[in-house]
Design a protein around this ligand. Structure first.
Ligand code: URA
Length: 425
């Protein structure tokens, strides 16, 4: 069957055979299928979906395009963690530091930013000297010595997913349950961990927009894991608002350090603790309550912070060289009210516009740009208050729209001073 027949078959909603999937995806990998035909097939998959059998086969094709990492030389149980992606999502760096400080090995192969969402590898590359390309021996040595290591999806592991992932990013074909499930699971299985915890993000700022999609992808990923003898656990968590207080690569690394130094206490901290507890539960085979206690202790004692620093140093990073842009612009509110919601998606797009993400495969990220949120849900705001600060590439950046509109204010909000005026007591 020709590539055009395969595209048409999917466009009409039919199931692709193993041979169709091999011919199209392996053809793309080998370069005989061009970008434009693969883009059309991906779009047809986005619109028509895939059966479970197709997803299993595609995952297999992704895995077989590279090698499976053999982690048998790592002492102890290995637990990997993945997030389906969100805005300001720096949980991996926090969670892996905590979990590794408690003796569970975390072999982490991470991706780059995709669409409006950021990627752990881009964040780490904002640290001068940080090596995301450890070879297999270095990776295993670091896992045994430090307890965790984070590398980029190398050319050897699921390389076809890497190629497809980059194309999806620029062709509007990211948001597809079967494509996300096979992409994530192929990397997780190829990277060899014994157990896997997946943070399935749902909400406006996530790739999955509602609970049904999140449940569906969780079920699918667990099933894929089962086929490969991997224990997969998922947590469905919310991503309506940006996670934490910063968006942008270097800014997010700074935020991670603050959290690991116990200087913040917000939803991101709670989420990180919950994910870490699940990983510790799986890794040490202990009840969840005991795992949570250990997680709290690791943070409070500074062990998790030390572990993060150890990992950065082991991978050649010079944390003192981390820089954010010197050009900033305060965004002031054009409205008055009580913030009840924030649009994570629009903040993600803004970060992309500032240069913190890629619009085309070839784009270079500027690690120093981003957004620091000064007001969040629950805050009262007056006209002229600073809502957020933008870190921009150059001086004089002017946003294309009113950023106040990214915030939702309570309609019948009564400002605090008025409440006092009408207070009969
Ligand atoms: N993360 C991945 O690794 N792949 C996707 O397709 C989406 C998020």
């Amino acid at each position: 069957m020709s590539m055009m027949d395969i595209i048409n078959k999917k466009r009409l909603g039919h199931e692709l055979s193993d041979e169709d999937l091999e011919a199209s995806f392996l053809g793309y990998y080998r370069g005989t299928v061009p970008d434009y035909q693969m883009s059309a097939l991906l779009m047809a998959i986005c619109l028509k979906g895939m059966t479970e059998e197709e997803v299993f086969k595609l995952t297999d094709i992704f895995i077989q395009s590279g090698e499976m990492l053999d982690l048998s030389a790592v002492d102890g149980v290995t637990v990997d963690k993945h997030s389906t992606g969100g805005v300001g999502d720096k949980t991996t760096l926090i969670v892996a530091s905590i979990v590794a400080s408690l003796g569970v090995k975390v072999p982490k192969m991470s991706g780059r930013g995709l669409g409006h969402t950021g990627g752990t590898i881009d964040k780490l590359e904002s640290i001068p000297g940080f090596r995301i390309d450890l070879n297999r021996e270095e990776f295993i040595r670091q896992l045994n010595k430090v307890g965790f290591a984070i590398i980029s999806q190398t050319a050897h592991l699921a390389p076809l997913d890497k190629k497809v992932y980059a194309l999806r990013d620029v062709t509007g074909t990211v948001e597809s349950i079967p494509l996300i499930a096979s992409s994530i699971m192929s990397k997780k299985i190829a990277s060899g961990a014994d157990k896997i915890v997946i943070d399935v993000k749902v909400g406006k700022g996530a790739l999955l927009k509602n609970q049904e999609e999140a449940l569906e992808i969780s079920r699918l990923m667990k099933k894929i894991g089962e086929r490969y003898g991997k224990e997969v656990d998922t947590m469905i968590t919310y991503m309506d608002i940006p996670l934490g207080t910063s968006i942008g690569n270097a800014l997010e690394v700074l935020e991670v350090m603050k959290i690991l130094s116990n200087e913040e206490n917000n939803y991101l901290v709670a989420l990180s603790k919950a994910l870490a507890s699940k990983m510790v539960q799986l890794g040490l085979n202990i009840p969840i309550d005991e795992a949570s206690r250990k997680v709290d202790e690791s943070l409070k004692s500074g062990k998790a912070y030390q572990k993060f620093m150890e990992m950065v140093e082991a991978q050649g990073g010079n944390i003192a060289g981390l820089r954010v842009s010197a050009y900033t612009k305060d965004i002031v509110s054009t409205k008055k009210g009580h913030i009840i919601n924030m649009d994570a998606y629009r903040f993600g797009k803004l970060s992309l516009d500032l240069g913190g993400g890629r619009k085309t495969k070839e784009d270079k990220i500027d690690p120093r740009v981003g957004i620091v949120l000064k007001k969040k849900i629950g805050d009262d705001v007056n006209i002229g208050d600073v809502l957020c600060t933008l870190y921009t590439k150059e001086e004089g950046y002017e946003p294309k729209e009113d950023i106040t509109d990214y915030y939702e204010f309570e309609d019948n909000y009564t400002p605090i001073e008025n409440i006092e005026e009408v207070n009969p007591f």
